[in-house]
Write a protein that binds this ligand. Structure first.
Ligand code: AMP
Length: 327
């Protein structure tokens, strides 16, 4: 039997090259080997304020990009999270084995809650805190062996593993303890303007993020403006987050490993690094966007097909979990 893999992307905004390199590309490369369940996390998008029109556009656009990037709906089950109501139901059940302490220790919660407070709203939405429980439900509902996540989500996955272990102990469920699939090319991609922080679709700074919908010219320009340092020597180092980030983007798109990449840039300038990475990303976007346009009209058909397959497994698994819990 094929091993199962689950992955999803939140519909809070437009997709970024961080999403592509951290999540989409590694999942696509495994669709022949694994039974893939890939969804658009449109319920997760509700953790931060979003208007309904924007949400509707985002979720459709992500689905079309999934298809354009290369997910084959015959091999991969592609669906919208909100169309499988079992996600929300399992989310509630899993809360019983989670504490406020462990949720509030999550880095993503601390970061986002702090930002909210700095904006003087002091209104931190509950969903921001409980986000990892819904993510746990998304995963455990399909009982996968693996989850493709970017390095930024490893802490949440660790919590998922803990909750699965707790459930297995308390209720004698048979959850696999899912492991992360994380490769060199799925390094955390950082903001171009502030490389201490991850590249994020919800960032306010226009030049920090490359969206899959950016024109190739826009993307090229953003890379030329990326923050580096004054040394003009190309190597990986914690002290050189900007340069390391550009190298990671290069590796992600070319498939070259660290040694090959360093050899490629030996004795080269930052200008050469930026031009090279800029051209690679611009070319990638040009090809991708052509396919995206063709796939937009196919979203509804493939989402319906995917939801049917996902629902069958989700409802049968949820039923078994509820029985074990005495429900
Ligand atoms: P999100 O956009 O937060 O819903 O993340 C969806 C997927 O993309 C997750 O697997 C993340 O780990 C991955 N991802 C998002 N941003 C990045 C990034 N900057 N670098 C690497 N992976 C990322």
């Amino acid at each position: 039997m094929k091993k199962r893999l689950v992955s999803g992307i939140t519909a809070t905004g437009k997709l970024t090259i961080g999403n592509f390199l951290g999540s989409i590309k590694p999942s696509i490369s495994l669709q022949n080997e694994y039974e893939n369940f890939i969804f658009v996390a449109d319920l997760h998008a509700l953790t931060l304020p979003i208007n309904s029109q924007e949400l509707a556009e985002n979720r459709k656009s992500i689905f079309a990009f999934y298809l354009a990037c290369g997910f084959d709906p015959e091999k991969t089950v592609l669906f919208f999270q909100s169309e499988i109501s079992e996600h929300s139901e399992l989310y509630w059940l899993l809360q019983s084995a989670t504490t406020i302490g462990e949720l509030s220790r999550m880095t993503q919660f601390k970061d986002k809650a702090r930002l909210k407070q700095e904006n003087n709203t002091e209104k931190v939405p509950t969903g921001l805190l409980t986000y990892p429980i819904l993510m746990t439900a998304d995963i455990l509902l399909y009982n996968p062996n693996f989850v493709t996540v970017g390095a930024d989500q490893l802490q949440h996955l660790e919590l998922t593993r803990k909750i699965a272990q707790r459930f297995n102990k308390i209720y004698k469920t048979n959850f696999n303890i899912p492991r992360a699939i994380i490769s060199d090319s799925s390094q955390k991609i950082m903001s171009l303007t502030n490389p201490e922080h991850k590249m994020s679709k919800s960032s306010k700074s226009k030049n920090s993020t490359i969206f899959l919908s950016d024109t190739p010219e826009e993307a090229y320009k953003k890379i030329q403006k990326a923050q580096t340092d004054s040394e003009n020597k190309i190597y990986f180092s914690k002290e050189k987050p900007g340069v390391s980030n550009l190298l990671n983007i290069f590796m992600g798109f070319t498939g070259k490993n660290k040694e090959e990449s360093l050899l490629f840039f030996e004795n080269k300038s930052y200008q050469f690094l930026k031009k090279t990475v800029g051209k690679i990303v611009a070319n990638f976007l040009e090809n991708l966007q052509e396919k995206y346009k063709e796939n937009l009209v196919l979203v509804e058909i493939f989402a319906k097909k995917g939801a049917k397959k996902a629902k069958k497994i989700a409802s049968s698994n949820l039923q078994k979990i509820k029985e074990k819990m005495g429900l």
